[in-house]
Ligand binder design. Structure first.
Ligand SMILES: C[S@@+](CC[C@H](N)C(=O)[O-])C[C@H]1O[C@@H](n2cnc3c(N)ncnc32)[C@H](O)[C@@H]1O
Length: 283
């Protein structure tokens, strides 16, 4: 029987040629997934033998990783805002830079009763993270994808955040009939913002396995922003905020969509010094 250490080393060897930041870590996490072992069990008992059935399951996962299936889909989860979110194919894997969106809303919130709409909620990352931090707020989380909403509902059920109403719909058209005029304190979105052309150059993990509808907005990458900004002015309360995640190089283009209905339109950089979040206040 092979030991934990042998298997991690062999797994690493099989994926080391892929452009991964840490193949040894990925190998270890896949073994933990196959064996149902914790970090501590693996790190403190590397000589422990592993049953051949489990080793077989581990190598199946390693093979899938070799074909560039994202690690998060193989593990079935991804950490966001210090919480584990279930993800599976068809559901966008939450990214660390999106935590800046959560941070900005927490900073702007009055911490009183507020109404917040998360547009394109995916696995529920933004709404669920915010619900944990803003106990008096009420949320509506919209997504066009049934699979995404399934993941979001599972994630909400296993969190203390029970104040989220999940709605299947295509935004911004779905706002009508769902939101009274001037009713929301925040509209937040990490929308699809990649152009068709940029999408073709993405890493295989993203292009082949993550849902294109979650990533691509159209030929320019700005289509969703344009529609959402125009529509949000109608549904935000006066002094309400629109908070958007944007892509690399999109700052100027996105800012150009804000007209005289808006004030204090600002952008904020992520940890790589890339303008990543735009915040605007409705007058
Ligand atoms: C970039 S993902 C963001 C997911 C999640 N909010 C996050 O930050 O991890 C965009 C999400 O918007 C959804 N979406 C795309 N077009 C939409 C539309 N017109 N209306 C509502 N949701 C949409 C996709 O299904 C996807 O879940």
């Amino acid at each position: 029987m092979s030991s934990i250490r042998d298997l991690i080393l062999e797994g690493r060897k099989r994926i080391v040629r892929l452009p991964l930041s840490d193949p040894a870590l990925e190998s270890r996490l896949l073994l933990q997934k196959a064996a149902g072992l914790s970090d501590q069990e693996v790190l403190t008992s590397p000589e422990r033998p592993v049953a051949s059935g489990i080793a077989g399951k581990f190598f199946e996962l390693v093979e899938k990783r070799r074909t560039r299936v994202p690690l998060a889909y193989l593990l079935g989860e991804k950490e966001f805002w210090s919480r584990s979110f279930r993800v599976f194919p068809g559901v966008l894997i939450p990214r660390p830079e999106t935590e800046l969106v959560v941070e900005k809303i927490i900073g702007l919130s009055t911490k009183q009763e507020e109404s917040i709409v998360d547009v394109g909620t995916g696995c529920g990352a933004i709404a669920i993270a915010l619900a944990g931090e803003l106990p008096s707020a009420r949320f509506i989380a919209i997504d066009v994808s049934r699979r995404a909403l399934k993941a979001a509902r599972i994630n909400a059920a296993s969190s203390p955040a029970r104040r989220i109403r999940f709605v299947e719909g295509r935004a911004p058209a779905a706002f009508k009939g769902l939101l009274p005029a001037e009713s929301q304190d925040f509209i937040v979105s990490n929308p699809p913002y990649i152009s068709e052309r940029d999408w073709r150059a993405l890493a295989p993990e993203v292009r082949l396995f993550e849902p294109k509808r979650a990533l691509v907005s159209g030929p320019t990458g700005f289509e969703f922003f344009n529609k959402l900004i125009r529509s949000s002015a109608r549904f935000l309360k006066p002094q309400g905020h629109l908070v958007l995640e944007i892509g690399h190089g999109q700052r100027e283009g996105v800012l150009s969509f804000f007209d005289e209905a808006w004030a204090d339109v600002r952008s904020f950089d992520d940890l790589s010094a890339i303008p990543r979040v735009v915040v605007a206040r409705k007058k």
